[in-house]
Design a protein around this ligand. Structure first.
Ligand SMILES: [Zn+2]
Length: 74
């Protein structure tokens, strides 16, 4: 039988908290990456010249290759 000292219990507690925080962080990063991918592969129609193109930028804003003006992907 393994004897659990208060120090060991504290270390286990802190360790599990660190793991939970790490998991939450990884999950948020994954979510953010998914969002970026959604923007990156979305087809956009230019608001100004009506040309359709694919968003190659990692964000909601993209520049039209035809007229050079910035469009909002939403
Ligand atoms: Zn345009």
């Amino acid at each position: 039988m393994i004897e659990i000292l208060p120090d060991t219990a504290c270390m286990l507690y802190v360790g599990s908290m660190v793991i939970m925080l790490l998991l939450a962080w990884v999950r948020s990063v994954h979510k953010e990456r998914k969002k970026i991918l959604q923007y990156t592969h979305s087809a956009i129609r230019c608001e100004f010249c009506a040309a359709s193109f694919t968003n190659t930028r990692t964000g909601p804003l993209s520049r039209c290759p035809h007229c050079g003006l910035i469009n909002n992907a939403n």
